[in-house]
Ligand binder design. Structure first.
Ligand code: NAD
Ligand code: ZN
Length: 380
């Protein structure tokens, strides 16, 4: 691998030329990593709904041409100046938000919102020089959330890479680099349900089901899954959901249905839909006095959260989280160890797998609401 260090690599990448148009596999040039950057050979990547929102660019800022992808696993090919804690051959998981280890957030035990490297969905360039590392015949191709994993090689800031156990199978643990850790962490690190409590999960995609799994391992006695797609309900039983609600089956708001089912509201709720109505319902369905709601879904850029202030005065708490409050470099390696120790299952989240050449199929599955995670294999 050292043979390519310091040189431009030509490789295949799936380029999104325009919003909503199928990705095109192109030969791209990937520049060597600059100071504090790392070039990574991606082996497996998967599709998360956040990629789809920014590719559709209906409710988000369009930045094109762009290479999407942020849930992945790979191996370090070469490192830039100043990188001391990663070396060629290390196994890594890229993360859409980073950890510089030096700012006030990184030093706080409560935050993972790093000042330098926190998620920025509208920036398509590297922070070092404000330029891209991808190009086609000299024309820049933009990055996505600092990861751009739909490419055989990509350049990532060292602060957005978690070094993991090299024994961990990358075709499985790649899903821990976003969705599963996000949902699981949203419950266990942020909502923190007590044993025997009642939890509502809005949105039963991979993120929501990981949140349900977090409620199950926390000892919740009732886990109410809410989704508009009833085909998710059967699957959700495997993740601990005990009851299901489709808001479309009721004339009244789903928060009222939940309040009736639970004698005043659930103890905790976790929203994993990205839909503003679901976010408001997720807040209003928690019990007064102690209920906590956690927002995880990425909203439309113009969305506004509206509720009566009395809902808060009545001692309900509203929170939000990125990446389940895990610090990417410090905490993600131990989430991978949970998988290695069989304390956390990831196989049940992986419902499809396609070769890189068929990456557009992964988008079709997600748009149809079919399955949970589709692994994209870069090497065959
Ligand atoms: P997904 O598409 O697989 O699942 C979303 C589910 O929500 C679907 O089953 C859909 O039917 C359901 N849904 C949509 N609108 C609904 C509504 N009004 N009421 C009830 N259910 C509804 O997506 P995913 O990959 O699991 O991601 C879920 C959300 O989490 C997305 O918004 C994604 O952008 C976001 N996300 C956030 C973070 C973070 O760090 N905060 C990280 C990853 C993903
Ligand atoms: Zn920081």
């Amino acid at each position: 691998m050292a043979g390519t260090a310091g040189q431009v690599i030509k490789c295949k990448a799936a380029v999104a030329w325009e919003a909503g148009k199928p990705l095109v596999i192109e030969e791209v040039e990937v520049a060597p990593p600059q100071a504090m950057e790392v070039r990574v050979k991606i082996l497996y990547t998967s599709l998360c709904h956040t990629d789809v929102y920014f590719w559709e660019a209906k409710g988000q800022t369009p930045v094109f041409p762009r290479i999407f992808g942020h849930e992945a696993g790979g191996i370090v090919e070469s490192v830039g100046e100043g990188v001391t804690d990663l070396a060629p051959g290390d196994h890594v998981l890229p993360v859409f938000t980073g950890e510089c280890k030096e700012c006030a957030h990184c030093k706080s035990a409560e935050s993972n919102m790093c000042d330098l490297l926190r998620i920025n969905t509208d920036r398509g360039v590297m922070i070092n020089d404000g330029k891209t590392r991808f190009s086609i015949n000299g024309k820049p191709i933009y990055h996505f959330v600092g990861t751009s994993t739909f490419s055989e090689y990509t350049v990532i800031h060292v602060g957005c890479l978690a070094k993991i156990n090299p024994m961990a199978p990358l075709d499985k643990v790649c899903v821990l680099s976003c969705g599963i850790s996000t949902g699981f962490g949203a419950t266990v690190n942020v909502a923190k349900p007590l044993k025997g409590s009642t939890v509502a999960i809005f949105g039963l995609g991979a993120v929501g089901l990981a949140a349900a799994e977090g409620a199950r391992v926390s000892g919740a006695s009732r886990i109410i899954g809410v989704d508009l797609n009833a085909s998710r309900f059967e699957e959700a039983k495997k993740f601990g959901c005990t009851e299901f609600l489709n808001p479309m089956d009721y004339k009244k708001p789903v928060q009222e249905v939940i309040a009736e089912m639970t004698n005043g509201g659930v103890d905790r709720s976790v929203e994993c839909t990205g839909n503003i109505k679901a976010m408001i319902s997720a807040f209003e369905c928690v019990h007064d006095g102690w209920g906590v709601a956690v927002l995880v879904g990425v909203p439309h850029k113009d969305a506004e959260f509206k509720t009566h202030p009395m809902n808060l005065l009545n001692e309900r708490t509203l929170k939000g989280t990125f990446f389940g409050n895990y610090k990417p470099r410090s905490d993600l390696p131990s989430v991978v160890e949970k998988y290695m120790n069989k304390e956390l299952e990831v196989e049940k989240f992986i419902t499809h797998s396609v070769p890189f050449s068929e990456i557009n199929k992964a988008f079709e599955y997600m748009l149809k609401g079919e399955g949970l995670r589709c692994i994209i294999r870069m090497e065959d």
